[in-house]
Design a protein around this ligand. Sequence first.
Ligand code: MLC
Ligand code: AMP
Length: 517
Amino acid sequence: MHIMNANLYTLFQSRFPADDAAIAIETAGGRLYSYAELQRITAHYAGLIRALGVEAGDRVAVQVEKSAEALFLYLACLKAGAIYLPLNSAYQEGEIDYFLGDAEPKVFVHQPRSEAWVIPVCERRGVRHRFVLPAEGEQVKPEHLRASWHENALKAAPMLEVVPRADDDLAAILYTSGTTGRSKGAMITHRNLSSNAVTLHQFWGFQPGDVLLHALPLFHVHGLFVACHTALLNGSRMIFHAKFDARSAIDALPRATVFMGVPTMYVRLLAEPGFNRDVCRNVRLFVSGSAPLLAETFAEFLSRTGHTILERYGMTETGMITSNPLNGMRRGGTVGLPLPGVSVRVMNDDGGPCAPDEIGHLQVAGPNVLPGYWRLPEKNKEEFTTDGFFKTGDVGKIDADGYVSIVGRSKDLVISGGYNVYPKEIELLIDELPGVAESAVIGLPHPDFGEAVAAVVVRSGAGVAPAEADVIAALKSKLAAFKVPKRVFVVDDLPRNAMGKVQKNELRKQYASTFVV
Ligand code: MLC
Ligand code: AMP
């Protein structure tokens, strides 16, 4: 009997172009990687993973800047049956220490600049193998050669086969912060990824000749899964920009047919006077997601370019859930229709279904939804309903035509430039600072990031009130920069309701005009 290998890499392999001289990746520096090269380098990387004794199901943690090699490392983990654990390149020592302790990877591949603190962290956390992978264009320093992932891998025997994996085997673990302040590892299976990739590839009408301008980071769902998977399934060329820069994007857009971005990227494109119809002449699809797209951005984009941005909605835990249609009506202010095979429902506080247009809690089920959180069985009970729906924490409604709108969040979460920031994590750190009695971290409207993080800090009775700059400096050494509050307000006390709960809504109102006029 022939048993299908459910490994996602097998699916990609079956779709790679027949002519493997076709370009898979073009970097901003002009380096071209063909599909043949992608497969050759990936095979070497997988060979090294095997040579290190990494077995199917072992974790490989990776914190590197975006590069073609970073993508090959992900593909190699899939091929070798390892579980890929991507980490935001902005995370600091304390954040990485927690992830390595929780996920217990056998291998950690990191950026050269953090070697000084990575070595002791790896020792403490029992990570057996450590390698460096530089950013695109960054030279490997002689002292790093011995630990260079790429150099070592090219010496390893290439792995030609794809390690068999079942649908429910894990392909990746992605950490998402939580409302308790403690990050949870979302376990993502091969089926989760392949079902979503195949659905999106079809739903967004990928076609021969499509070229993707890829300017998102590679360590989150949007850039790694949504963007790369659809392009790989199409055997497409990806123009890789390591960092989003509006002017470079405008230079590259005339050669692209598809662009995917977070709303901040669309805001920044529109801020460029040179961004117009002509720049977008070959683009057939602009996709937005990860954060709410403002109605004014949607409308201005249409009038400047003639393109209606296609907004879709997803989560780390579920991949993509809904999308506006390719051919039907793309309704601004909505995130579109449930994707084929994905069930979405809105439930009231009592657990009953909401009527059309009635606001409630969004829940989702389907082959795209994670089986649970890494080593947190109690969380799995909390986050799923008894009939198997995942509670997104988003508040929304579905209209009579089936279009879903997100109107708020029941989780205490700030989304800044497409990055999620959980206030609790920051409040816990602020509360440890001298002179602080307590704090409340909130998101405030921001013209560039959509929402920006701000902190309201209560001075402790006896101590000297901390200065804004000191709070920011203290947090910068502990947290990724995007989580650090852009403003800190010191006050005597926080507004509370009759139950004693801090009223963040009041604070959001009070400081609403901090970043906007
Ligand atoms: C950078 N900074 C941010 C920030 N990004 N601060 C708040 N929010 C952000 N998103 C910090 C920088 O560290 C720097 O701090 C300062 O702000 C100015 O940086 P910048 O040069 O303006 O930022 P830039 O590097 O241009 O980054 C902006 C960005 C980036 C929008 C391009 O944030 C980005 O790529 N966002 C995409 C995130 C993403 O991929 N999300 C998908 C998640 S998946 P300092 O202090 O050093 O000056 C998901 C599921 C789904 O949500 O549905 O897709
Ligand atoms: P993450 O955990 O980083 O995957 O972020 C997922 C969250 O991003 C969702 O739960 C939503 O709150 C938010 N999100 C994603 N896409 C959209 C969108 N198009 N509109 C509004 N919010 C979105």
